[in-house]
Design a protein around this ligand. Structure first.
Ligand SMILES: [Zn+2]
Length: 815
């Protein structure tokens, strides 16, 4: 146990796959004995070609190891690997070890609910974490069935990939599963509140912490309904039954990702159980997440990518199918609109950034660096390309190929080539060219309308040239009336004539993949057209075009602010607002000049006054007004009395307190008192955000201790501390930390691994530091090979976004 664990290399995975096939895992966990560790007994039966290999194991202590009955020296464990000298044919390995409960959202995560002091556990095996739960051959293509036996405190319930029953208090037996990859094996255990239902022969259940039981109860109907609707639609589209038995959806604390698709036992971040009033956009996001994880039961779980370079086969499909099915069969028919706001810019920035990679064959050479490819390219770009592909080949061929793929490789692993072969068998043509341009070449074309020349220009990125054809509907407004115009671009210049003064939006419905800048006349026209635009999806396309142009320094932020001012009072702030206004706060306000925040605030107040009491638009307008207020009296007024139709719930109370803290208009006593009134998990996170936002040296040092790891806090608190750290107007306090950010990076990274290690670097990155050499320091850090590769990549991505801000200020300087 000397050297630190290293991530699995692709070549090693190939060699081990050639040597072994795993017959079964039988795992016994004792979660009841101790609060910091648990006992894990793994019995692994496998076939070998004979010879040496290793099993992955990251324990606190090893008590006994036996291979084919012979004891092995646990002292041989090195870097998370225990060498094995296998026999040709049948082998049985038994590993008895003590494992750590973790608090970083990986392995078996254990947390204490501040609301009632109860303990909760869930497993997240993804990417290198399974061996901290049980000894295993940790790679996606060594699948095997699992049988779990769990001992837990008597007031706990236990869920896992196999259906769980409790023959006696504190003892749980889980049914043997279908063959699973290690990365989606899980156990969820604790005094969870559980709701059960059934649909079409599938047992359904939901769980959440006991302290949010009432919130789960309130949401259960909606969640079960979406689950039922999606099962029916997936069964209809694929004609392949969900094969993993019961379907449990566990909402768990301090989860790093949005959700994880573990077969039979999906885990979600529990802020998705709403403790305060939310608006429609948030519900759409949750619905698409539910559908996305269900899509993974087919894409990812029945057939799994052989290696991480094909993770798009998981994520692009789940993203595409999740949104498509949500829009088709749930009450959220507008799911594509929310998707356009939430995902397109994210994907385009990733695709234009320094770490861009092809959708397929991202080149991931080890498992840890593949984690960083769970990015806007693997989700948003991949989804758009599949949407395009389905439109081009038609649903019949598209699904025939998919079903061929799922059937041929059922419970096994496959590659992109296998899928392309399936589509060809189903009758698809010209896939080679399509795959070469869209799946195997990185980067996005930029499309611009050259009004004077009467053409649309298609400019591929210089570093990633390709001859990509685009097919989409453009939208053209003549005398204020929008009309769609079917458009195909197959050359660098395509004639595109419009009447004088017409506004032009290229690909506003996200049917292809490109950066689309509005030309100056269109931008000017949008100031009158946006406020009366009725089509929500078209409006998302208009906003995305403006956002893309600003990120390319191709539009003046002052013009964007005019647009916000003109459009905010009339448009639904939940889509055009929640997404766009978060962007306005971080991209437009700091770059558009001194009065920008005041103008956004005035527009929000106008909206608040004009909207109907009790409407979601009213709630969204109040949130914007809180976030943009600089007047403590006004803010305290909302603490005393919210506008009619709005209740001051936990969410709103903390929004006001965080804003007061940022302005220096509250103190630690008031914040602590607010926490003590409702000491929930959410309050603890918001309390952290508020304290870190206070404009005093002590608060910044307090936040910084969380960055360096001197004070160890879970992921959500870490994120909140980072958000509070750098507040506009507090530069005198925070400027010294610009230098310290880079000096302390090695310390911040040293004690962390996996998700949190790269996340903490992004949470605390000084995003607004456009002056003072931060960009140069960040670029130097990306070349510092003493930092982990994943960390350097995150800094490179942040540096790219900072460089875009600097470019906007250079192009449009402010006095
Ligand atoms: Zn996914």
């Amino acid at each position: 146990m000397s050297t630190s664990p290293q991530s699995l290399q692709r070549a090693e995975a190939l060699a081990r796959f050639d040597l072994l096939s795993v017959e079964e895992y039988d795992i016994t966990l004792d979660l009841a004995a101790d609060e910091s560790t648990f006992r894990s007994l793994a019995r692994v039966r496998f076939q070998s070609g004979g010879g040496s290999t290793w099993i992955d194991l990251k324990p606190v202590a090893v008590h006994d190891v036996r291979l084919n009955g012979e004891p092995l020296d646990p002292g041989l464990l090195d870097g998370g690997r225990l060498p094995l000298d296998t026999l040709a044919g049948d082998n049985e390995l038994v590993v008895d070890a003590t494992m750590p409960f973790r608090n970083d959202g990986e392995g078996l995560h254990r947390s204490v609910d501040p609301a009632d002091g109860r303990h909760y556990v869930y497993g997240m095996s993804f990417m290198d974490a399974a061996p901290t739960i049980f000894a295993c051959f940790d790679q996606p293509d060594l699948k095997a069935p699992y049988t779990f036996h769990v001992r837990a405190p008597e007031d706990w319930v236990v869920f896992g990939n196999g259906r769980a029953t409790s023959p006696e208090p504190g003892v749980w037996e889980l049914e043997r599963t279908q063959p699973l990859s290690t990365y989606f094996v899980t156990i969820v255990a604790g005094p969870y509140h559980v709701l059960r239902a059934e649909h079409d022969g599938i047992e359904l259940s939901l769980s959440a912490r006991a302290s949010i039981a009432a919130d789960l109860d309130a949401d259960a109907d909606e969640l079960f309904t979406i689950t039922r609707q999606c099962f029916d639609e997936f069964h209809r589209l694929f004609g392949i039954r969900y094969p993993f038995g019961a379907y449990h959806q566990a909402f768990v604390p301090e989860f790093n990702a949005g959700a994880m698709e573990n077969p039979g036992c999906v885990t979600f971040r529990d802020p998705l159980i709403f403790s305060s009033r939310v608006t429609r956009g948030v519900r759409i996001q949750r619905a698409t997440t539910v559908a996305h994880e269900m899509a993974h039961q087919w894409f990812g779980n029945i057939v799994t990518p052989k290696w991480w370079d094909d993770l798009w086969l998981n994520e692009s499909f789940a993203e595409y199918m999740g949104v498509r099915v949500t829009a088709a069969v749930t009450e959220y028919a507008d799911a594509w609109t929310d998707n356009a706001y939430a995902r397109r810019l994210w994907g385009l920035m990733a695709d234009q950034g320094p770490s861009t990679h092809p959708v397929a064959g991202n080149g991931a050479e080890d498992a840890a660096s593949a984690l960083q490819d769970f990015d806007g390219i693997s989700y948003a770009k991949g989804s758009t390309i599949l949407k395009q592909l389905a439109a081009a080949m038609g649903d019949e061929v598209f699904f025939a190929g998919v079903v061929d793929h799922l059937t041929r490789h059922r419970f096994g692993n496959a590659t992109m080539h296998d899928l392309l072969d399936s589509w060809e068998r189903a009758g698809a043509r010209d896939l080679d060219t399509f795959a070469a341009n869209w799946l195997r070449t990185a980067g996005a074309d930029t499309l611009t309308f050259d009004r004077a020349a009467g053409v649309v220009l298609r400019t591929p990125p210089a570093d990633h040239p390709a001859d990509r054809s685009h097919t989409f509907r453009a939208a053209v407004a003549v005398d204020g009336v929008w009309e769609d115009r079917p458009t195909t671009l197959t050359a660098t210049e395509t004639p595109f004539e419009v009447p004088d003064g017409a506004a032009v939006l290229l690909d506003p419905y996200t049917e292809s993949w490109s950066m689309t800048h509005p030309d100056p006349e269109t931008l000017a026209a949008l100031k009158t057209l946006l406020p009366v635009m009725e089509d929500d999806l078209l409006r998302s396309g208009a906003w995305n075009a403006v956002r893309e142009a600003l990120h390319d320094a191709a539009v003046d932020p002052a013009d964007v602010l005019d647009l916000v001012e003109a459009a905010l009072p009339v448009e639904d702030p939940e889509d055009g607002g929640r997404r766009t206004l978060a962007w306005v706060q971080s991209w437009v306000v700091p770059l558009a000049g001194r009065d920008a925040l005041a103008r956004v605030h005035r527009a929000a107040l106008g909206k608040l006054a004009a909207t109907e009491a009790g409407s979601e638009q009213q709630l969204a307008a109040l949130r914007v007004a809180i976030g943009s207020s600089t007047d403590p009296t006004e803010l305290r007024g909302w603490l005393d009395a919210t506008p009619p139709g709005i209740e001051l719930d936990l969410d709103l109370r903390w929004r006001v307190l965080v804003r007061l803290a940022t302005l220096g208009a509250t103190d630690r006593d008031e914040l602590q008192a607010a926490y003590d009134v409702q000491p929930t998990n959410r309050s603890r996170i918001e309390h952290t955000r508020a304290v870190a936002s206070l404009p005093d040296a002590e608060a910044k040092a307090w936040a910084w201790d969380r960055f360096t790891g001197k004070v160890d806090v879970p992921n959500y608190e870490l994120e909140a501390a980072g958000a509070g750290m750098w507040r506009g107007g507090q530069e005198e306090l925070t400027d010294p930390y610009l230098e310290r950010y880079f000096a302390d990076l090695p310390t911040a990274v040293a004690g962390r691994s996996g998700w949190v290690q790269a996340d903490v670097v992004a949470f605390f990155f000084p995003r607004g530091a456009v002056a003072g050499g931060t960009l140069e320091r960040a670029r130097a850090a990306t070349d510092d090979d003493t930092l982990p590769r994943a960390v350097r990549r995150r800094i490179a991505d942040e540096a790219d976004l900072l460089a875009r801000r600097v470019a906007v200020l250079t192009a449009y300087p402010r006095p």
